[in-house]
Write a protein that binds this ligand. Structure first.
Ligand code: GTB
Length: 215
């Protein structure tokens, strides 16, 4: 059965691949699962039909027959459980890869989201200039440790896994701030993720929807 995911009819990022449907597209591409996309407007996201699938009125969602999921981490985990390629077979290695999925979403992403909020939504506030360096330092405090863990390795724990897929996706959001380039090994790690054929296909698919039209 071909699953259907949802994405923005028009992403606010204009095709940079930062909205979370890109993570789900990437996971689907990694496991070779064809999929369909239902594009939704902001109004549609808040309508009862969509709220029945996503209680918080957001994207992405995932529908596969009677199964309806929301939360990107849960969708990626479901795909990794159903298909080979995103989680190791060995019990302990699998548990560690899942730990990295949680680390990406629960430990590394929150300060990055805070930075995006500070840079985009709070930049006109009178206190913004004073707060921004503090928020940036909270991101660095996490990246310092992540960078030490990664060292010279290609991926976080052995072979590429769903943990790397989510971690690269989270770190990608830092690119515009310039902070990612302060960490040579993390910048190379993200570039390695972006070079994967599955990521290239996922990025191209969301770009085809969201690229700014030239008229
Ligand atoms: N915890 C949920 C998950 O992981 O799936 C969070 C889902 C979520 O935040 N979805 C966002 C959404 O639907 C899209 S990705 N927002 C609309 C709303 O809440 O009304 C967040 C996002 C949006 C835009 C950019 N951008 O333009 O750069 C980046 C990320």
């Amino acid at each position: 059965m071909t699953p259907t995911i949802t994405g923005f009819e028009r992403s606010p990022d204009g095709g940079k691949g930062l909205a979370r449907d890109t993570r789900v597209r990437w996971a689907l591409e990694e496991v070779g699962q064809p999929y369909e996309v239902r594009l939704v407007s902001f109004a549609q996201m808040k309508a009862p039909e969509h709220l029945a699938i996503h209680p918080f009125g957001q994207i992405p969602t995932y529908e596969e027959g009677p199964l309806r999921l929301f939360e990107t981490g849960s969708i990626v985990f479901h795909l990794a459980e159903q298909h080979a390629g995103l989680l190791p077979g060995d019990r302990d290695a699998r548990a560690r890869a899942i730990t990295w999925m949680f680390a990406a979403l629960n430990t590394v992403e929150p300060p990055i989201l805070e930075l995006m909020t500070a840079r985009i939504f709070e930049r006109d506030k009178p206190w913004s200039e004073e707060r921004l360096p503090l928020v940036k330092d909270r991101v660095r405090a996490t990246l310092d440790k992540l960078s030490v863990h990664l060292g010279a390795a290609d991926w976080l724990d052995g072979a590429f896994s769903a943990g790397d897929l989510l971690m690269v996706s989270v770190l990608l959001r830092l690119r515009m701030s310039g902070i990612l380039d302060e960490y040579e090994n993390l910048a190379a790690y993200v570039a390695r993720g972006e070079a994967r054929p599955a990521y290239v296909r996922a990025f191209a698919a969301q770009f085809a929807v969201n690229a700014p039209s030239i008229s």
